[in-house]
Design a protein around this ligand. Structure first.
Ligand SMILES: *Cc1c(COP(=O)(O)O)cnc(C)c1O
Length: 454
């Protein structure tokens, strides 16, 4: 593949439809944040200028995807759009059984209801928050086994999403037959969007197989992970992205996927398996909660758009631009004095809020302090990934600036860097937050917070 010889990153697309974004007065932002209980999840879209809350379901669809929507087949059973999606998934992932679901957590719920009994243990490089919630809801133990580098924000190792193989061996030995599933989250979202190497996927797969435990991939960002294998792992620069993706999935027994990420759709997900008996169990659950197996909680047009998006996500020009523009974002923040997790992740830049606000202990939610300051300063919405999201077991206090796919241009990113520079300049004056009210699960979505001072 041709290297990009220019300093300037260009978006490998031009804009066909535009959407205005709100520009607010500082007093309007302060009032909005108060009304939202100091929780950025509770802001209205019309109160946000640059929305980096998530890359989930926030991407721009291509002209081909919009075209495919129009051709979506809305038949209740046997939809053409399902066959189209199934063919694409067979081609990229190779799993014989393909179940569409409305989003990733629906796949996780079905997986948990069918394969994870109470008292069981599930091993993952790092469980994403919804995955952990489903495992725990099933009465099982969700164990994270990240490599030590994942916990060192300034360590520039290329595959910080890897699972710690010694810890995997120890967990398999300790928990024995209670281990019902080994999972790898690609890329490792909760640990900074860091990729997992092919060597690690192979090693984890081999160990799971030897232990007789099913190995599943959380494939939300399989394409971005494939790009990092292509560009960082020796020997893979001559492999096509499609072949890398095929090799990854060939090592697994199944996958869950939120297609709102690397499916580049606004809604959709997948649950796949090689096992005929497991597929039967999945389908029974699918019919109960999602719908008939050829639509699974989606409209035919959604399946059609997903089929196109999965292919576009593996486009080399798109993935190169995406990785380079996120690295540019991280480097820009670093240059204005904002500590960021190194190296840049695949879908987001993670600010090390613990390092930026060393005067605040984890209980005072330094990530929330930074995220709320970015909003007050310039209407930038981000998300805390730390004590609020993972009470008691957040290894780092981070703020994630997730970059929606094909939505913002370099000037938007330059603006965010300018806003962050102003926040960094007054970081020693930022105070912490306390929790006023929290729900029992996934508390970060709806918790009400209050500043500790003023
Ligand atoms: C988003 C995400 C999920 C959950 O998917 P939803 O579509 O939001 O339900 C699961 N795992 C990972 C790694 C994710 O990023």
């Amino acid at each position: 593949m041709e290297p990009w010889p220019w300093k300037t990153i260009i978006e490998p697309f031009r804009i066909k439809a535009v959407e205005p974004i709100p520009l607010l007065h500082p007093a309007e932002r302060a009032a909005a944040l108060r009304r939202a209980g100091h929780n950025l999840f509770k802001l209205l879209a019309d109160e946000v200028t640059i929305d980096l809350l998530t890359d989930s379901g926030t991407g721009s669809m291509s002209a081909s995807q919009w075209g495919a929507l129009m051709e979506g087949d809305e038949s209740y059973a046997g939809s053409r759009s399902f066959l189209q999606l199934q063919a694409v998934v067979h081609d990229i992932m190779g799993f014989p059984h393909v179940l569409p679901v409305h989003q990733g957590r629906a796949a996780e719920r079905i997986l948990a209801r069918t394969l994870i009994p109470p008292g069981a243990v599930v091993l993952n490089n790092t469980h994403f928050d919804t995955t952990r919630a489903h495992v725990e809801q099933a009465g099982a133990l969700a164990l994270d086994l990240p490599v030590a580098e994942a916990l060192r924000p300034q360590d520039g190792s290329p595959f910080k999403g890897d699972m710690d193989l010694a810890a995997l061996d120890a967990a398999l030995a300790e928990h024995g037959s209670k281990v019902v599933m080994v999972m790898l989250t690609l890329t490792n979202n909760a640990a900074g969007g860091q990729p997992v190497s092919m060597a690690n996927i192979e090693a984890v797969s081999a160990r799971a197989r030897a232990a007789g435990v099913p190995f599943y991939i959380d494939a939300a960002r399989f394409a971005e992970n494939s790009w990092f294998i292509h560009s960082r792992e020796p020997g893979y620069d001559r492999w096509s992205l499609l072949d890398i993706a095929r090799r990854i999935f060939s090592l697994a027994d199944g996958c869950t996927m939120s297609a709102k990420k690397d499916g580049i759709v606004n809604i959709g997900g997948l649950l796949c398996t090689r096992d005929d008996k497991v597929a039967e169990l999945f389908r029974n659950e699918l019919i109960l909660s999602e719908g008939f197996p050829t639509y699974g909680g989606l409209a035919g047009r959604d399946l059609a758009a997903m089929a196109v998006g999965l292919g576009e996500a593996l486009d080399v020009d798109y993935l190169r631009y995406r990785a380079k523009s996120i690295a540019y974002f991280a480097e820009g923040l670093r240059q204005v004095g904002v500590p960021v997790v190194q190296p840049a992740g695949g879908h987001a830049v993670f600010i090390d809020a613990g390092a930026l606000l060393p005067h605040l202990p984890a209980e005072q939610l330094p990530g929330v302090a930074v995220a709320n300051a970015l909003y007050l300063e310039g209407g930038v919405r981000s998300v805390e990934i730390g004590e609020l999201m993972f009470p008691g077991h957040a290894p780092l206090q981070l703020v994630r600036l997730a970059v929606p796919r094909r939505v913002y241009t370099q000037s938007h990113i330059d603006y965010v860097i300018e806003v962050a520079a102003k926040v960094a300049a007054r970081s020693s004056t930022l105070g912490g937050y306390r929790i006023v009210h929290e729900p029992p699960f996934l508390r970060h979505f709806s918790a009400e917070l209050a500043p500790l001072q003023g």
